[in-house]
Design a protein around this ligand. Structure first.
Ligand code: G6P
Ligand code: ZN
Length: 560
């Protein structure tokens, strides 16, 4: 007879388990410290509003290194805390948006996601644990703070010693006191996308003679999903998907879909003159849209999806209730909202800030500059949703004589003007040096003469008059909660601006992000190179923040 009694394990608390923008992210050796992962899992369960007893939780992630071990820990601690049922993706594989959908579809209590998103995986790389609520979205700050508080003073955790679950076998079973259901995490998600989009229209589009498609899964979780959508449903050949077998260390790569890290996609698209290329990140919530010679910035992407929403059955039926973007994301979306007469919101960086607006029925489509685009169909950003949305739009555009990604972009600029946007990342900067940069700007903002002053570029005669500056504070329109210190912004008379903030998703040192944006209604500028067009503004931002002086970094680590 097995002994399924609940055991209390004495532990020592760690002081560094505050969840960041998107859950707790640390290097694997940190999670492997004695009691470290157990403490955090117990703290999550203790912080579930209403408590963990009799709950149903969805569990899974991007399949990165250390996931099977952590799933095992979750099973035992969940059993120790009286959780009724765990719904786990086969082999622990579950994309972030698919978890969100599953929580909503089966009205689960919440979900535990094992992912560090787009960060590399492996024995010395990143791991992450995140809790999502019953609406399918990331836990709000009140809950993540409760998790953190609990983790700082935890003295014991509860578990039931159980044999390892066979994650490769589909089906329901009872393991001691807890029910386990291992599910196919792909099928329900594909079925949902088929309800949202016009698959018939897309199918005929992708099979036209002059259209070619390539999706890159970057060795992350989206591989099986992409095969199901592009190969099985849309009938494209196997060669339409690449890097689509999930690997625990993403094949040694950095599964972040941007022009730097998704170079395999970019190269293949350029070489094969592929008309539609796309990639998604490790856990499947980010996306990049890239056709031969045509890159869509995430800020433009959300604006264009919003503008074309009518051709997508989900929005045709339900309407577009409102639009939103994160603060550093370009204002291209605002212009679409104004033209359509729908309300729009500017929220802090972090997908969790969109959830309340969606739940209140005031937000349908939203996006972030960090390659995140999505809608209220789930409560996470959704990489494959964005990719299929673009295919739906391209198919509809083709019927109006607008051809390919470039055609859609040019049509958009003609209608709304073009917003040039770029982000400079300075990764793994020493924390105190990053703070100095922030202080430098704050002290500039503190001077009464800063607003109204004119800042000049060094390499050209361009100059910019400051009209506004500040540290972004957000008051949630629904629950009135206030989030302070969300980024320093300087806005200029011509509508240009730059924003500086520290990333909340890194696992080592600080990452400074500098975001620059410039708007133009001059058609002769639409084809201009982004970096060239933004150069004077970048110079002004670097001079005002004294970033190079404080950090010693002459160049950013990544430009997106
Ligand atoms: C994750 C979050 C996004 C956020 C991005 C960058 O992907 O889900 O909402 O925009 O990270 O966040 P960071 O704090 O690193 O700039
Ligand atoms: Zn991600």
């Amino acid at each position: 007879m097995s002994d399924y009694s609940v055991k209390s394990v004495q532990t020592k608390a760690y002081q560094d388990q505050r969840p960041g923008t998107s859950g707790l992210r640390k290097r694997v050796p940190v999670f492997k410290q004695e009691h470290y992962t157990e403490n955090f899992v117990q703290s999550i369960l203790s912080a579930i509003p209403g408590g963990p007893k009799d709950t149903t939780l969805v569990v899974g992630g991007d399949g990165r290194y250390y996931s099977p071990e952590v799933i095992n820990i979750i099973v035992q601690i969940a059993a120790g805390n009286g959780v009724k049922k765990l719904v786990i993706g086969r082999d622990g594989i579950f994309s972030t948006p698919a978890v969100s959908h599953e929580i909503r579809a089966r009205k689960a209590t919440g979900g535990i996601l094992l992912t560090a998103s787009h960060n590399p995986g492996g024995p010395n790389a990143d791991f992450g644990i995140k809790y999502n609520m019953d609406n399918g979205g990331p836990a709000p700050e009140a809950v993540t703070e409760a998790i953190f508080e609990s983790s700082k003073s935890i003295k014991e955790y509860k578990l039931v010693e159980l044999p390892q679950v066979d994650l490769s076998k589909l089906g329901e079973s009872k393991l001691g006191p807890i029910e386990i259901e291992v599910i196919d995490a792909v099928k329900p998600y594909t079925a949902y996308l088929k309800e949202i989009f016009d698959f018939e229209l897309i199918k005929s589009y992708v099979h036209s003679d002059d259209v070619s498609v390539l999706f890159d899964g970057m060795h992350g979780v989206t591989g099986p999903y992409a095969r199901s959508i592009f190969v099985e449903e849309l009938g494209l050949p196997e060669s339409a998907v690449q890097n689509c077998v999930p690997s625990p260390d993403f094949n040694g790569g950095h599964p972040d879909p941007n022009l730097t890290y998704a170079h395999e996609l970019v190269d293949a698209v350029e070489k094969g003159k592929i008309t539609f290329g796309a990639a998604s990140d490790g856990d499947g919530d980010r996306n990049m849209i890239y056709g031969a010679g045509a890159f869509v910035t995430p800020s433009d992407s959300v604006a264009i999806i919003a503008d074309w929403a009518d051709c997508i059955p989900y929005f045709k039926k339900g309407g577009v209730k409102g639009l939103a973007r994160s603060m550093p994301t370009s204002t291209a979306l605002d212009r679409v909202a104004k033209a359509k007469g729908v309300e729009y919101f500017e929220v802090p960086t972090g997908w969790k800030f969109f959830g309340n607006l969606m739940d209140a029925g005031r937000l349908s489509i939203c996006g972030e500059e960090s390659f995140g685009t999505g809608s209220d169909h789930v409560r996470e950003k959704d990489g494959l949703w964005a990719v299929v949305a673009w295919l739906n739009i391209l198919a509809a555009a083709e019927k109006k004589g607008i051809k390919g990604i470039n055609g859609v972009l040019q049509d958009h600029y003609k209608k709304y003007g073009r917003t040039f946007f770029s982000r400079y990342d300075y990764e793994e900067v020493e924390s105190d040096k990053a703070q100095e940069v922030m202080k430098e700007l704050e002290s500039a903002y503190g001077s009464s003469s800063f607003v109204g002053s004119t800042l000049s570029a060094t390499s050209s005669s361009a100059s910019f008059k400051v009209t506004e500056c500040g540290n972004f504070t957000y008051t949630d329109p629904i629950d009135k909660s206030v989030s302070k210190n969300q980024g320093l912004y300087t806005t200029f008379e011509d509508g240009s601006r730059f924003v500086v903030r520290l990333s909340g998703t890194g696992s080592q040192g600080a990452t400074i992000r500098l975001y620059v944006e410039k708007y133009s209604k001059d058609a002769s500028e639409y084809d201009r190179d982004t970096q060239e067009g933004l150069k004077p503004l970048i110079e002004v931002a670097l001079a005002t923040s004294k970033l190079v002086e404080h950090t010693g970094r002459k160049e950013p680590t990544v430009i997106t």
